[in-house]
Design a binder for this molecule. Structure first.
Ligand SMILES: Cc1cc2nc3c(=O)[nH]c(=O)nc-3n(C[C@H](O)[C@H](O)[C@H](O)COP(=O)(O)OP(=O)(O)OC[C@H]3O[C@@H](n4cnc5c(N)ncnc54)[C@H](O)[C@@H]3O)c2cc1C
Length: 439
């Protein structure tokens, strides 16, 4: 398995390059028994334990100076149950491997995020999501889950078995134990037609409720310093399959979205004053297109330009006002923002600390090119998001702590009580969890 998180000279780094850690030791267990033994040994040695996925989180949620558990040998499909329409996978399986294996079997997940490099356990542990009117995050598609807890025992949970663990562990932040296997709901492979279309910012905001209501998956990118967006509508289709042509795909997805975009980012970083002009050109570069393909090929695309990101979920009803404030802030501030702002939605779910827990949500994500100072932009954006009762993505930059989350999540106490029960000695603690959950 390829992992983008590097571990040169014993130093672990995340994909965004903004988090580094020096674990005391790293282990790559090949079985649950080996994993449980590593957990017990760490406890005996007085070391903390943290499982890592592919290091795609921008927060220090996966960082540890204790024992780092690597996922590479805990991968693969355990079982496909066609009657129950579920698939059970080892926790370290990368999403791209799961998607390809399911497609070969004529099956698919219902919804996905933008990329599929992450492991299934890493993605669900932070609440990774795409966009959807009825369908929620990847964790919301979990039917059952198995984890090794702090005493080294294996705990299974589902709606029926240990339901209080199931409610929390689907997006468990790595705080409740080491996930070893996940069972997802699947459905017969289907086709999605994607319609990508530039649209003025004002029109998207004026018609947002309608665009959301009329499409199974609606999202858009706003280009700061412009009044332009690029919208994407994905809806189920009877076919026929009409994939993006190889040449057109290469031109739009590789050349424009990665190659030229990378050069534009370098230019903007070197001479920030050019960014508004570059943004105006970038916002016009992508043209309208329609294509029909299997779900993961429509939902996901390669992201090669490295960046740092903050994303907040606000109540869906607050989206338009929040975005207007964000745009006004950028215009007032003198900041130069070279990366588009991404907007997506999710229906309310029943996962204790999911960003969409109990609330219909809209996500607003702000990005900065790697190596460009992002603090001023993110601080100003965060002030706007938190004023709208925003909940930050657990894997993306934010500055909130336990006090804030106790207000933002009505079931926060339920999660911390379960953590007290499953991990009283805080074997799975790190600095990030101390900040967001309390000691
Ligand atoms: C280019 C890019 C695109 C992205 N696109 C999206 C997107 O579209 N939507 C979205 O919501 N997010 C997105 N993200 C964020 C990303 O999906 C999350 O940060 C995700 O958690 C990363 O998964 P990972 O496998 O890299 O896990 P890591 O970042 O390595 O770990 C994340 C957390 O999972 C825990 N964990 C990992 N494995 C286990 C295990 N076996 N048991 C218990 N805990 C475990 C870790 O301890 C840590 O707490 C994106 C990030 C990048 C860099």
């Amino acid at each position: 398995m390829s992992t983008t998180a590097s571990a040169k000279n014993g130093t672990w780094r995340n994909w965004g390059g903004n988090v580094a850690a020096r674990p005391a030791r790293q282990v790559t267990p090949a079985s649950i028994e080996e994993l449980a033994a590593a957990v017990r040994r760490a406890a005996e040695d007085g070391l903390k334990v943290k499982a890592v996925g592919t290091g795609h989180s921008f927060t220090s949620i996966a960082a540890t100076d204790g024992v780092l558990i690597r996922p590479q040998l805990l991968t693969g499909i355990r079982n496909i149950d066609r009657k129950a329409m579920t698939v059970t996978v080892e926790a370290g399986t990368p999403l791209k491997r799961l998607n390809a294996a399911l497609a070969r079997e004529g099956l698919s997940l219902t919804n996905m995020g933008d990329i599929m490099e992450q492991t299934v356990s890493g993605a669900t542990s932070t609440g990774t999501h795409g966009t959807g009117r009825e369908s929620g995050s990847i964790a919301a598609q979990i039917k059952a889950l198995e984890l090794v807890t702090a005493d080294g025992s294996v705990l299974a949970c589902s709606e029926k078995e240990n339901p209080e663990v199931f409610a929390a562990a689907r997006t468990g932040l790595g705080a409740l134990g080491i996930v070893t296997a996940i069972t997802f709901a699947v459905e017969p492979l289907f086709l999605l037609t994607a319609r990508e279309e530039p649209m003025p910012f004002e029109r998207v905001l004026a018609e947002f409720d309608q665009l959301w209501a009329e499409n199974e998956h609606f999202e858009f990118y706003w280009f700061p310093h412009t009044g332009s967006t690029n919208t994407k509508r994905n809806n189920r289709s009877a076919g026929p399959e009409q994939p993006v042509g190889q040449l057109a795909g290469w031109f739009e997805d590789e050349f424009l979205s990665n190659g030229v975009f990378q050069v534009a980012q370098w230019a903007g970083r070197a001479v920030p004053a050019t960014i508004p002009a570059i943004a105006r050109v970038s916002s016009k570069a992508l043209s309208a297109r329609t294509y029909t393909d299997i779900p993961y090929k429509v939902f996901t695309s390669p992201r090669r330009v490295r960046f740092v990101e903050m994303e907040y979920a606000v109540p869906r009803a607050a989206l338009v006002e929040t975005l207007r404030e964000l745009k006004a802030m950028v215009e007032r501030s003198g900041l130069r923002i070279s990366f588009p702002v991404e907007v997506r939605t999710a229906p309310a779910d029943d996962i204790t600390l999911s960003t969409a827990s109990g609330r219909d949500s809209a996500y607003i994500a702000v990005h900065m090119f790697r190596g460009t100072p992002y603090q001023a932009y993110f601080t100003a954006a965060e002030r706007i998001f938190t004023a709208h009762e925003g909940r930050p993505h657990w894997g993306k930059v934010h500055t909130r702590g336990a006090e804030y989350f106790a207000e933002a999540y009505p079931r926060f106490g339920e999660f911390t009580a379960l953590r007290d029960r499953l991990d009283p000695e805080r074997l799975f603690q790190n600095d990030y969890l101390r900040r967001v959950l309390g000691a």
